[in-house]
Design a protein around this ligand. Structure first.
Ligand SMILES: Nc1ncnc2c1ncn2[C@@H]1O[C@H](COP(=O)(O)OP(=O)(O)OP(=O)(O)O)[C@@H](O)[C@H]1O
Ligand SMILES: [Mg+2]
Length: 373
């Protein structure tokens, strides 16, 4: 198909491409029949390569697009959600110019939509989850104020419960903030580099004391051959740390005493590494498995609360894994082996020692293949 000559873009090609380059929004120019003639960098980032030459109806496959082109409409605004794994949402403004050409402006609405959703959920969840510790605090304060408890040991017991309840409230707020932060940024691919094994080892080291209180061991089963390039991924080190901290902490919390928590690391394949966290405990019934990553979903609410859980850990994990273009699978066998398997993209490793961050500094033994700590 040949583009009709003498169009607005034809008149001012340099001006159009300059404007396109300055815009954060996508700018697409198509001929009167809807065949795309040019697309700026933002449009390619939003919609993928191969736009030039494609039909507008194929790129925005909604009835309205076809109607607009057929009826030679003058202006229309559509909303568009592409079929991709990370949900994005666009507002698409289509306008016909004098020469018949079609100009399309693609506005990224994802951030705004996520912000709205986070705000709505935040209010609902916070009010629900803060109410019970707050009610309990208010009850104890009232009792003490009424001077009904005169003996010091009982007062102390009450104060200790109050301390626990206020601790729960502050943990809940930390987790909620952490969750809303990763949710808002979910569609942005982080571009710093993370040395995966250093992060995993640092997390293991930080949880070993806690595990040993239950006579549990955290065992690292690293199938990554010695001398192979380091496992490095694009991402945010503190977020990847949060993923493994949550998973390994859960394994320690919900695993039986005197058992091992096994962290397995595969050899990278197809640009991905698979890291599993497995513990032995009570089997999680299959009806719960799909729902564990929902906010505030707990298999046994009372027990999780008692252990100090807010039910937000796995929701945070899921968002961080999505943001890093990874996946997570959960399984639980009748023998009580529960496994969380995270698959993350890795990149070609820079020469050893290129990464200077707190984690390796904290950890000390950066090049060691042993679990330290
Ligand atoms: N390894 C595991 N074994 C058994 N059950 C688990 C395991 N990990 C998570 N669960 C179940 O999934 C629920 C949700 O886990 P999640 O980490 O989101 O919340 P939490 O541990 O209760 O609280 P938080 O992580 O916010 O402190 C837990 O309450 C527990 O019922
Ligand atoms: Mg947890």
């Amino acid at each position: 198909m040949n583009a009709p000559p003498d169009t607005a873009q034809h008149d001012h090609p340099a001006l159009f491409s300059e404007i396109g380059r300055m815009l954060d929004d996508g700018l697409i120019i198509a001929n009167a029949g809807g065949e795309i003639q040019s697309a700026n960098t933002a449009a390619v980032r939003f919609l993928g390569e191969g736009l030039v030459g494609a039909q507008l109806e194929a790129v925005f496959p909604m009835q309205e697009t076809a109607d607009f082109i057929q009826s030679r409409g003058t202006e229309r605004t559509l909303s568009f959600i592409p079929d991709s794994s990370v949900e994005m949402e666009f507002k698409v403004r289509i306008r016909r110019m004098e020469g018949g050409q079609i100009m399309v402006l693609v506005l990224d609405m994802t951030l705004q939509r996520n912000l709205e959703k986070v705000r709505r959920d935040f209010v609902a969840n916070v009010s629900h989850e803060l109410r019970s510790p707050l009610t309990s605090l208010a009850g104890f304060i009232e009792t003490i104020l009424m001077n009904e408890i005169r003996d010091w040991p009982t007062q102390q017991r009450f104060l200790r419960i109050m301390e626990e309840e206020s601790g729960r409230m502050s943990r809940l707020i930390d987790d909620l903030l952490s969750l809303s932060r990763v949710e808002v940024d979910e569609h942005i691919i982080p571009d710093a580099t993370v040395p995966l094994m250093e992060v995993v080892r640092a997390v293991i080291a930080s949880l070993e004391t806690r595990a040993s209180k239950n006579n549990m061991r955290i065992v690292l089963d690293d199938r990554h051959p010695p001398g192979a390039p380091r496992l490095v991924m694009n991402g945010k080190a503190d977020e990847i740390n949060e993923v493994f901290h949550n998973l390994i902490e859960n394994a320690v919390k919900y695993g039986y005493a005197d058992t091992d928590v096994i962290i397995s690391v595969s050899q990278p394949q197809d640009g991905h590494v698979v890291i599993g966290v497995a513990n032995t405990g009570e089997q999680i019934a299959s009806r719960h498995l799909n729902r564990l990553t929902e906010r505030f979903y707990r298999v046994d609410k009372a027990r999780s609360r008692q252990i100090g859980g807010t039910g937000l850990g796995l929701a945070i994990v899921k968002h961080i894994v999505n943001r890093h273009r990874g996946t997570m699978d959960i399984s639980s066998s009748p023998q009580g082996i529960t496994r969380f398997v995270v698959r993350l993209p890795v990149v070609a490793a820079p020469a050893s020692g290129d990464w200077h961050g707190d984690l390796t500094d904290d950890h000390g033994g950066e090049t060691s293949d042993e679990v330290t700590g």
